[in-house]
Design a protein around this ligand. Sequence first.
Ligand code: THU
Length: 136
Amino acid sequence: MTISDKDLINAAKDARGNAYSHYSGYAVGAAIIDDQGNLHVGVNIENVAYPLGNCAEASAISAMVLKGGKNIVRMAIAGGKGEIAPCMPCGGCRQRIYEFANEETVIITMNDSHNWQNYSITELLPVGFDKSSLAN
Ligand code: THU
């Protein structure tokens, strides 16, 4: 079964309904299709000790790894206070996505014009810290 981008975005939106984000009021859902065609979702999970909060992308990546997914083929991110609004992945999550992405990976999120737009990981994180760096 192939999952359309519309379905992927809807999966991120649906997951967002379960975000645990009442400290910021900013709810985020993320949905991934992995290299085996499986769907994984995640939400942001905040904590009364504020720095302990998890981003939705990190939760979705955890779900993917748990189920044996190796690579992110497509990922959609839906966030905002109230209505869905532009939510680009934070810097830390760009690095987390980078770990499981390749040149074909597509990251879908709403741009400032409120259109859903595709990004590559190198657009989001050019010249990232990668595995080859550890060889030096
Ligand atoms: N957040 C995410 O889940 N993903 C992002 O890429 C940006 C920020 C969450 C973290 C926090 O729970 C809330 O949004 C406000 O920063």
